[in-house]
Design a protein around this ligand. Structure first.
Ligand SMILES: [Zn+2]
Length: 122
């Protein structure tokens, strides 16, 4: 056994979460992978997030799993979203730093807000 794997914590999943995941076509193993890869998140419904899933984890037990709507993400994070000026518009681009996987720069959403100029009309 390797003692350097200190963060190799065994996660437990409640039966209701497991049943819910299986109904979404997610196996127990996949669910554990998702939880392991999830990022800390501040939301009244969950404290971990993996892509579009929100988990509530307490004492290494996954107690809740809910799909996270995109609107919730941008409404929850304290990220500065640029406001488009005249002749500009706001789009969400895949984050270049993590290629959409999620990192600090994009608050683990895999997307960054970008201001674009409206194409000039001739
Ligand atoms: Zn990123």
């Amino acid at each position: 056994m390797n003692e350097s794997q200190a963060n190799d914590v065994k996660m437990e999943v409640t039966v209701s979460v497991l049943k819910y995941a299986e109904a979404q076509g997610i196996t127990h193993l996949q669910l554990l992978d998702m939880v392991e890869s999830s990022a800390k998140f501040s939301h009244e419904l969950g404290n971990r997030r993996f892509h579009s899933w929100l988990f509530w984890i307490e004492n290494n037990v996954v107690k809740r799993m809910i799909p996270l709507a995109k609107g919730v993400i941008s409404g929850t994070l304290n990220r500065q979203v640029p406001v488009p000026g005249p002749g500009e518009f706001l789009v969400y681009d895949e984050c270049m730093d993590c290629e959409g996987v999620g990192c600090q720069k994009c608050d683990d959403t895999g997307e960054v807000p970008v201001i674009r100029k409206n194409p000039k009309s001739r």
